[in-house]
Design a protein around this ligand. Structure first.
Ligand code: GDP
Length: 331
């Protein structure tokens, strides 16, 4: 993947009231902080640009806004902030009274939509670890209804919000981020198609293409995702990265412990196999398959080789297209 100018990167904004959990989400997903450590995070009171594009395939910036920012302050440059934004994530604390958050959500999305109607609006109903299953569903229904009623009252039926139940104490935050990021990847249909071809020709049951650093899956085949499979694959990725970092460093301390040769196989006691292969500097493929399908490992490896080749080509085209676009803009 070539160097893409910052201006062309899809940008994700993370917004919400103070203490809703924005910094925690960012730390847990992109900086491997453990959820318990977030208890000691200092509250955000400035716009934080967190550029993770050097370590992650997912090229975006997170702008963490303080909860009390005033849109009507003339120094708040909404053209600049919303203009280049791909997705706006609004975090609502579900353990707290959310009426103020809903008012803020409404104000934020209407303002952003005016500047840039192409923004994807994503609402994270967050901290749901403290809620019972019934309460979760009821909260989501209530927030969904109120937010949409407000938009309808304002005549904004074309503005669509998506809702996710999230918590940093389980995998839901990674799953939600995966869905948000996938909407911003123009090559997604191609990636899904490649994964479908790979699994159907290799006897694989489920395959995820992971961004290694964040554990966001940027694509999966079209069979339905169940949380348990995703969690299993996330856990495997953690194990492999930990082992690689401890034992894979070698002589050169700058060397990437996760490289072309990285692969791993875990056999579970229910006749299931987890198989991980490195795809490129940022991406890994993690598959779930039956033990007897893995007897034909030669075929799987051959198919994987073709898959890796195809992925390379997909992203080379992207880099060229971006360069051309940039060249044209410079003329
Ligand atoms: P910010 O001001 O929006 O950046 O909020 P913080 O990230 O500082 O989070 C405020 C508090 O919420 C911290 O004490 C976090 O530990 C807590 N928190 C964040 N996410 C979750 C979550 O998913 N579940 C629970 N129970 N607490 C959370």
């Amino acid at each position: 993947v070539g160097i893409v100018p910052t201006e062309n990167k899809p940008r994700i904004l993370l917004m919400g009231l103070r203490r809703s959990g924005k910094s925690s989400i960012q730390k847990v997903v992109f900086h491997k902080m453990s959820p318990n450590e977030t208890l000691f995070l200092e509250s955000t009171n400035k716009i934080v640009k967190d550029d993770i594009s050097n370590s992650s395939f997912v090229q975006f910036q997170i702008w963490d806004f303080p909860g009390q920012i005033d849109f009507f302050d003339p120094t708040f440059d909404s053209e600049m902030i919303f203009g280049g934004t791909g997705a706006l994530i609004f975090v609502i604390d579900a353990q707290d009274d959310y009426m103020e958050a809903l008012a803020k959500l409404h104000m934020t999305v209407t303002r952003a939509y005016k500047v840039n109607p192409d923004i994807k609006f994503e609402v994270f109903i967050h901290k749901v670890d403290g809620l019972s299953d019934d309460h979760k569903i009821e909260t989501q229904r209530d927030i969904h209804q109120r937010a949409n009623d407000d938009l309808a009252d304002a005549g904004l039926e074309n503005l669509h919000l998506s809702f996710y139940l999230t918590s940093i104490y389980d995998h839901s935050i990674f799953e939600a981020f995966s869905k948000v990021v996938q909407k911003l990847i123009p090559q997604l249909p191609i990636l899904e198609n490649l994964l479908n071809i790979l699994i159907s020709n290799s006897g694989i049951e489920k395959a995820f293409l992971f961004d290694v650093v964040s554990k966001i899956y940027i694509a999966t085949d079209s069979s339905p995702v169940d949380m348990q499979s995703y969690e299993l694959c996330c856990d495997m990725l953690d194990v492999v990265i930990d082992i690689s970092c401890i034992y894979g460093m070698g002589e050169d301390p700058e060397a990437n412990p996760f490289d072309k040769e990285s692969s791993s196989l875990i056999k579970l006691n229910n006749a299931t196999v987890l198989y991980l292969r490195e795809v490129n500097k940022y991406l890994a493929l993690v598959c779930i398959l039956r033990e007897d399908s893995f007897e034909k490992q030669g075929i799987i490896d051959y198919n994987f080789h073709c898959f890796r080749q195809a992925i390379q080509e997909v992203f080379e085209v992207r880099t060229k297209a971006t360069t051309q676009q940039h060249g044209a803009a410079a003329m």
